[in-house]
Write a new protein. Structure first.
Length: 198
């Protein structure tokens, strides 16, 4: 039953034949219905729906009052602890705390600087070797041998050492076990050149 009908029925049962004037103006007051996702006049609400909405709103008000009371209680506890800290002699003064905080920040920056320097020095001393070889897929034929021989001729042997190893087994030797312990250069179709520090 809609609220405007309930108001009319209750008004008829009173000795004056009507209720207070604001009960007849409920059509001008709106209530947001979550179920319908829109505002509806209170006078068009079902009586049961209006009672449930009232109970829900009352519960929210109680929850809000309880939360406000808890907030007030926490604020008082916070004030008590602040006063206790101000009179506690074991607490570090604000100026000393700031000085220690600044020193800590300086030390962190200093540590980051030295970490970066270490990484730079480490990269210079031990460059990334990648795969370990400098040249690969050099054909193991007269042209490839000539290329390797010319490199050896102009190579800086005081600082570096050069190793030439076989790459890719010849098709006729596949499956014979020649690669179990590394194949010889004459068993390979290609060559790799490794250059290392002495």
């Amino acid at each position: 039953m809609k609220i405007h009908r309930v108001v009319q029925m209750l008004g008829a049962t009173t000795s004056t034949g009507k209720l207070a004037d604001d009960m007849y103006n409920l059509g001008h007051k709106d209530y947001y219905s979550e179920a319908q996702d829109r505002y509806i006049p209170i006078s068009h609400m079902d009586f049961q729906h209006m009672v449930r909405a009232f109970v829900k709103q009352n519960d929210e008000d109680v929850r809000t009052d309880t939360q406000e009371g808890k907030v007030k209680e926490l604020e008082l506890e916070n004030q008590r602890l602040v006063q206790q800290l101000e009179h506690d002699e074991t607490v570090v003064p604000r100026e000393a705390y700031q000085a220690m905080k600044e020193r800590y920040g300086h030390e962190v920056n200093n540590a980051e600087y030295w970490k970066a320097q270490y990484r730079i020095a480490n990269d210079l001393l031990q460059p990334n070797k990648g795969c370990g070889y400098v040249f690969s897929e050099i054909p193991n034929d007269t042209d490839g041998q000539e290329f390797v021989d010319k490199m050896k001729k102009f190579f800086n042997k005081k600082t570096y050492k050069m190793r030439v190893r076989g790459q890719h087994i010849k098709p006729e030797l596949k499956g014979t076990g020649a690669t179990y312990f590394g194949q010889n250069l004459n068993e390979s179709t290609h060559m790799r050149v490794y250059i290392d520090n002495k």
